[in-house]
Design a protein around this ligand. Structure first.
Ligand code: UT7
Length: 351
């Protein structure tokens, strides 16, 4: 018995933000962004109408329709995001409620492994399906980055890369030979702060030994250092990325995790019908493609149109490739991701 993807769906907000739009609000250029990242445009959600969960809901409805099942058949939800609606509770319960599944009181689990979130979520779903604990699981990745990016020149190295959107799959046990063959999950916490948003948080400078940076130098038991004026003044509530280190590590770890999946299942790169890498940077995807000796039609890239949507990028790309007819039932797919944590991993499956 294997875990099969029986439905896919994605949703991206209507508002298109081009590189030229960004040129108007910060010191950047279309040429720089295209050359360094491959991105031409991304989508930004409507702030008062959309959230990470509402986008996830749209993607989930489409995945459920595509699977040809009723929402009530879902007996567990796994939700990956780094940009949740609330600090807590997680988006899983909000999506459960929006889908009307709160009446069934099914479990809802949130995954916090950032760019690798969807791979972790899919792997967990696979374990639950194969043990027989659940029959039908909704696995979602959704991000609303536009809510928390520094859209000034100060934040340009990070903010030009990211976009909003959501993707979802429905998985179910299958005995027809198709389904997930392998997943591998990795992390190295040594690099936790190299791609991170550390505030608001509960550390008060514990890790970098600089409490004053967080307005916590004289903090007593009743002082708020979760979020305060010093944190805002120092712009610590925006994401930070050591871009070059992330880039250099990503190209190594992407290849390692894909090779691990292939070697564990006795496959070779030429067996892959479609590689769907997390859409981190087109240069990273092109590097992986070259190293693996893959043709253009064996790799799906859409970062040009959506930017980096973190946990949503793989399920958006998968659903889009299915919709475009670029993936057929029975194809061997490899999904792979690397990102904040650092975390990385891959999945190999017969679609
Ligand atoms: O999904 C999570 C994983 N994330 C990634 O995989 C991202 C990996 N990293 C990258 O993709 C690249 O490192 C970036 C695209 C983020 C940056 O490219 P880079 O070639 O590493 O550029 P850099 O950070 O070394 O910056 C080069 C120059 C700097 O100027 P100086 O110091 O050379 O004068 C930056 O200030 O480019 C400048 N710069 C920009 N210029 C125009 C940085 N951001 C921008 C910008 N527009 N948006």
């Amino acid at each position: 018995m294997k875990t099969k993807i029986i439905g896919t769906g994605y949703y991206v907000p209507e508002t298109v933000v081009t590189n030229h739009d960004l040129e108007r609000i910060m010191d950047t250029s279309d040429a720089w962004i295209v050359e360094r990242t491959g991105i031409h445009e991304r989508r930004f959600a409507k702030k008062t109408e959309e959230t990470t969960t509402t986008m996830a809901y749209e993607a989930s409805k489409r995945a459920i329709d595509n699977a040809g099942i009723a929402p009530e058949e879902i007996d567990f939800i796994i939700f990956a995001t780094l940009s949740p609606d609330y600090f807590f509770p997680g988006c899983g319960v909000l999506l459960q409620r929006m889908l009307g599944l709160h009446k069934k009181e099914i479990g809802a689990l949130d995954i916090r492994t950032q760019c690798t979130g969807f791979i972790y979520a899919l792997s967990i779903a696979d374990q639950f399906i194969r043990t027989g604990m659940y029959k039908t699981i909704l696995v979602v990745g959704s991000e609303m980055h536009s809510m928390g990016l520094d859209m000034t020149t100060r934040g340009r190295a990070v903010s030009v890369i990211f976009g909003d959107g959501a993707g979802a799959v429905v998985v179910r046990a299958s005995e027809d030979g198709s389904g997930i063959l392998h997943t591998n999950l990795h992390a190295n916490g040594e690099f936790a702060e190299e791609l991170a948003m550390t505030c608001p948080g509960c550390h008060a400078g514990h890790y970098d030994g600089d409490p004053a940076k967080y307005g916590a130098e004289n903090a007593g038991p009743f002082d708020a250092v979760f979020i305060n004026e010093t944190i805002l003044k120092n712009a610590l509530h925006y994401p930070y990325m050591n871009g070059q280190l992330v880039f250099k590590t990503a190209v190594v770890k992407f290849v390692e995790t894909i090779m691990e999946a292939l070697q564990s299942t006795g496959k070779t790169p030429s067996d892959i019908d479609m590689l769907i890498p997390h859409q981190a940077n087109l240069r990273i995807s092109k590097f992986i493609q070259k190293r693996m000796g893959l043709r253009d039609d064996q790799v799906w890239n859409n970062i040009q149109r959506y930017g980096n949507t973190t946990a949503a990028s793989i399920p958006i790309a998968l659903a889009e490739a299915v919709e475009a007819g670029a993936i057929q039932r029975g194809d061997l797919l490899c999904l792979a991701a690397f990102g904040s944590g650092f975390t990385w991993g891959s999945a190999l499956l017969y679609y």
